[in-house]
Design a protein. Structure first.
Length: 153
């Protein structure tokens, strides 16, 4: 069976899962092709840091949707490659602050260029109006699932 064929043709969950898997594989390939040695999980961590400049490990874990142990491993890998540094928060010794190194900062533009080109390629065959509707529907779905009302629980 083709990955984009779903046993339940109208299953939003199944189709979004297959689309996400295909997009993830495509982005991974594009990163590799462009000489960027980074996993998608590491990329998500870097996106947080490119945006925030400094973050706690817990905030990164919350953003990427992974447990703190998994994020600790991702951060260790990025730290080993000299893309980030970890320091203990002066105000809370239980917290580690994660910061970009100059090498990590320099990787932002080429990585985001690859992401933008990949998104353009992924969206190329989709009507812009339909894409806008799809994005709105998926955002609503995420919001509904993250913040259910009493009636939907």
């Amino acid at each position: 069976m083709n990955r984009c064929e779903c046993p339940v043709d109208e299953s939003l969950g199944c189709l979004t899962n297959h689309a996400a898997f295909a997009a993830r594989s495509y982005l991974t390939h594009q990163l590799e092709t462009n000489g960027i040695d980074m996993t998608i999980e590491q990329f998500k961590v870097m996106v947080v840091l490119w945006k925030e400049k400094v973050s706690t490990q817990q905030a990164i874990a919350d953003f990427v949707g992974k447990d703190k142990t998994s994020v600790t491993r991702l951060i260790a890998g990025l730290e080993k490659r000299s893309l980030i540094t970890r320091t203990t928060d002066k105000h809370d010794k239980r917290c580690n602050l994660v910061t970009l190194t100059p090498q990590g900062i320099a990787l932002e533009k080429p990585t985001m260029d690859v992401l933008n080109a990949a998104n353009e390629a992924i969206h190329r065959e989709i009507d812009p109006g339909e894409l806008a509707i799809t994005l709105r529907v998926l955002k609503t779905m995420c919001h509904t699932l993250h913040y259910p009302t009493k009636e939907s629980e």
